[in-house]
Ligand binder design. Structure first.
Ligand code: ADP
Ligand code: MG
Length: 394
């Protein structure tokens, strides 16, 4: 068990909290503030317990001076202030006297946000390269470090691993929630445990398949990756997405886990991936050479639903079709719907899968929708995330 923010006396302490404010911003306007909202519980807890709160976050990538203009956290400070209902002091730098003085002037319950941590990447990748001096400097500003940025926990950066190695530390409520849900589902699932895998390429998901194939009772395969499996079985897949170099892996999986892996029986095909393309429904054995498969068909939905209805734990990663196009969204929508009606623990991991649930109106219908794309994928692969590994055990 990791130490959490609850394990510290925060009264009058300078508490550095690494949050994930990496929100989409267009022309200075935040188009989705979900990540800011997800951090409120930890920030409010720190305020309520008398901390002097110092927030750090990255925003996008910073490679040039121009990137600084569009990746400033200033709009985030304004939005956060609205959401908290109190002043958030924004410091437009990541080090220096203005920052240090502002930190020293903080009163109990005050909140300060410093500029985008990745501004430090311009001169020698100090943040992303976890340069020792930077982590030590940021740590010198505070008394306690809390990591609550799940979205970057799979990276060892100065603002997580760097600071944590110099201060007493713990995780915040968001990371705690992510770990409770994803960890438990993968390592201690109530059975039957079914995994639904989709997305684009098999090669992106080999680690997940390897880690989960022995833990899960069933793995249902959809999305672009199903075609490499079908090819491995000897089917004609036309111009569907094919991961040449993963064919042998698929053959091996199919040979060793015949009963566990469930492949689609029908698909929606088209001559091209576009909104205008006309759709042909066919069984998987009859894809024409000039066609590509872009979604699962209704018999597959029924087949998958049968497995889902019998399951007690489900982890879903990867849309089962090219859901961004209305004509290839029906499979993913039907999956969202089937999952919403279950009396089971349902965990959604993966950036695009999470977007799909939100797009189709299923945001509040599951046990947990992970906020971290890459981080949740690495947890599903059974990897230890550096930003969490560095945190002290109880
Ligand atoms: P996640 O972010 O949830 O882990 P991925 O990034 O692995 O998911 O995959 C998402 C992408 O997979 C989507 O952009 C979707 O259009 C694509 N996809 C799903 N099915 C197909 C398909 N049959 N052919 C091509 N692309 C597909
Ligand atoms: Mg993705």
């Amino acid at each position: 068990m990791k130490k959490t923010i609850r394990d510290f006396d925060l009264e009058d302490k300078k508490v550095l909290i690494r949050v994930d404010f990496n929100v989409p911003i267009k022309d200075g306007v935040i188009t989705d503030d979900n990540r800011i909202r997800e951090s409120l519980k930890t920030i409010n807890y720190a305020i309520d317990n008398g901390a002097k709160v110092i927030l750090l976050s990255h925003l996008g990538r910073v490679k040039t001076e121009e990137d600084k203009l569009k990746n400033t956290l200033r709009p985030v400070a304004n939005r956060l202030s609205e959401l908290l209902g109190k002043e958030v002091k924004f410091i437009p730098e990541t080090r220096g006297t203005e920052l240090e003085e502002a930190v020293n002037n903080l009163q109990k319950g005050d909140v300060l946000l410093m500029e985008n941590t990745r501004f430090e990447d311009l001169d020698g990748k100090k943040e992303s390269g976890n340069v020792e001096e930077l982590g030590a400097y940021w740590a010198s500003l505070g008394d306690i470090y809390i990591n609550d940025a799940f979205g970057t926990a799979h990276r060892a950066h100065a603002s997580n691993v760097g600071i944590a190695s110099h201060l007493p530390n713990g995780i915040g409520f968001l990371i705690e929630k992510e770990l409770d849900n994803l960890d438990k589902a993968v390592n201690n699932p109530e059975r039957p445990f079914t995994v639904v895998l989709g997305g684009a390429k098999v090669s992106d998901k080999i680690g997940v398949i390897k880690n989960l194939v022995n833990r899960a009772d069933h793995i249902l395969i959809g999305g672009g990756m199903m075609f490499t499996f079908l090819k491995a079985k000897g089917y004609e897949i036309g111009t569907s997405l094919l991961d040449e170099e993963s064919i042998d892996f698929c053959k091996e999986m199919l040979a060793n886990y015949t009963d566990k892996l469930v492949l689609p029986v029908d698909v929606l095909c088209a001559l091209e991936m576009s909104e205008e393309a006309s759709v042909r429904h066919t069984d998987v054995a009859s894809i024409n050479p000039d066609e590509m498969g872009l979604d699962i068909g209704e018999e597959t939905v029924a087949l998958f639903t049968k497995y889902l209805n019998e399951s007690k734990t489900i982890v879903w990663n990867g849309p089962v079709g090219a859901f961004e196009y209305a004509n290839f969204a029906s499979g993913t929508k039907a999956l969202c719907d089937a999952l919403a009606g279950l009396d089971a623990t349902v965990i959604v991991g993966g950036g695009d899968s999470a977007s799909a649930t939100i797009k189709f109106g299923y945001k509040d219908k599951y046990t947990h929708i992970s906020t971290g794309g890459g981080a949740s994928l690495e947890l599903l692969e059974g990897k230890e995330l550096p930003g969490i590994a560095i945190i002290e055990e109880m």
